[in-house]
Design a protein around this ligand. Sequence first.
Ligand code: NAI
Length: 409
Amino acid sequence: MNPSLNKNQIKILLLEGVHQNAIDYFNAQGYSNIEYVKTALPEDELIEKIKDVHFLGIRSRTQLNEKVLNAAQKLVAVGCFCIGTNQVDLEAARKRAIPVFNAPFANTRSVAELTIASTIHLMRGTFQKSAAAHRGEWLKSAANSYEVRGKNLGIVGYGNIGSQLSVLASGLGMHVYYYDTENKLSHGNAQSVDSLKELLEISDVVTLHVPETPETKNMMNAETLGYMKTGSHLINYARGTVIDMEALAAALKSGHLHGAALDVFPLEPKGKDETFISPIRGMENVIITPHVGGSTQEAQANIGLEVAEKLVKYSDNGSTASAVNFPEVALPNYTQAHRIMNIHQNKPGMMSAINEIFSAGGANVLGQFLQTSGDIGYVVVDIEAEHDPAVFKDKLKALEGSIRTRVLH
Ligand code: NAI
């Protein structure tokens, strides 16, 4: 980005109707040159529009592939106003020195709340009773209907969602147990157990909050489902691949499991026109939701603010903390200094060449921050305000292996 640009010359393009919070935050921070589009754009239109854009905000529908990035000559950073970043060619963006930010934890509370709701509904069998009533049957009975108070909740994956859920469940008087492959500090009276098997054996409701990894693929299968208590319940608000769905359907049919609540599936329809197909379809003891665990107005609002904050921070300060494709550098504010940021190929000799430029130019370096990630390095150098940063910028730009240089005054 040209350092002579003032904030209102920095062009921001926000697509797919990102939350108003984002616009409000950009404006409050002095960024007013914002184009707001409610939809995603067809590729050819995006290619045309992106040419003079410095910051781009998208949600999940905009495909940011190499072809589009090639047209984005001025693009400084991308904000995905959502959780996932699969829609962006992250590698291609990194090679072009474009960090990509998202809001991975903005919907933690939304998922935790819905998990609590499902826990209660499963323990009461409300969905079966509701389905029957829709057919005209009146199942007024306390059979298989329980309070959650005093029951065991088994949380698999005690990360952001798992630990927040733990607090809410404890508040309802549940006994909370958890299993995590990492050592996690427990909240309240929650207790960690040493193995998944142990957790499954003691829980009345098991709820999954692990990421999708080779280790978690089909972690709930015929064998592990068999460890669960007879008449217990399973909740999956994490990722569909974590459960072997045929095995789950069999465990539900046999009555070994009493019910399940599922929000995510190995195969999910891409849109409204595609039919949802799953072996558990038609089972009234399964609460099915269409991957909406984190979809609330509050989560959208949080995402709008969080991603806008990250983009402004990168623009104003150079910080890349929590970028998904980039060396992460959390920078202090700079005062009485020029901040020079250089993104370069991570190869031997690069840093000594960069340092030589500063020492040959007689710069008094006040601070230096370096981080590398794969094939690129990101170095930030604060020099005394009396120096002319343009001299150093030009030399850094000319350096072989240098990809992009930015200056903040
Ligand atoms: P997180 O990264 O904060 O926590 C995941 C935890 O799982 C970590 O503590 C990790 O150590 C643990 N873990 C990893 N592998 C494990 C294994 N094999 N066994 C036991 N523990 C293991 O993630 P967060 O934010 O809590 O999200 C959890 C899941 O929820 C993710 O898969 C995420 O994609 C999904 N999610 C689903 C949403 C929905 O709409 N249904 C919305 C938000 C998140």
